[in-house]
Design a protein around this ligand. Sequence first.
Ligand SMILES: Nc1ncnc2c1ncn2[C@@H]1O[C@H](COP(=O)(O)OP(=O)(O)OP(=O)(O)O)[C@@H](O)[C@H]1O
Length: 129
Amino acid sequence: MALRDRGGFSIDRIACAFKYAIEGIIHASKVEKNFQVHIICAIIVSALSFILKIDKMEWLFIIISIFGVLSLELINSALERAVDIATKEIKPLAKQAKDLAAAAVLVYAIMSVIIGIVILGPKMIKLFF
Ligand SMILES: Nc1ncnc2c1ncn2[C@@H]1O[C@H](COP(=O)(O)OP(=O)(O)OP(=O)(O)O)[C@@H](O)[C@H]1O
């Protein structure tokens, strides 16, 4: 299906959109260092959550944190490319656009770390001390 086809509802259109999204995830996994770091952190936190037997509500917070950071990192990478296409020159607005997108990731990542500490911290202290 053509990239520009904006036709109505069809299984083909949804399948194509899904395929492009998967291609995006694969591309980010291969070339985006920050995305790779977030994936590794997500695996470690998930493993710890299993080991420490967190409950259903705690899992929801962990899942929202993990997928939120990954989604924002993907949007940040997309925006970096969009800015790079828009200009090759050093421009204050280009800097602001990239810095603001990076800030969005940082803000959400800080929240995720706090959630991780609140949920996993006490259980780890109990396990090790
Ligand atoms: N065209 C530009 N004009 C002005 N400043 C820019 C421009 N491009 C990048 N910058 C500055 O350099 C920083 C790094 O930009 P870059 O495109 O290398 O992304 P990055 O932060 O290295 O991301 P990643 O490591 O995920 O590729 C930006 O956050 C911004 O402050």
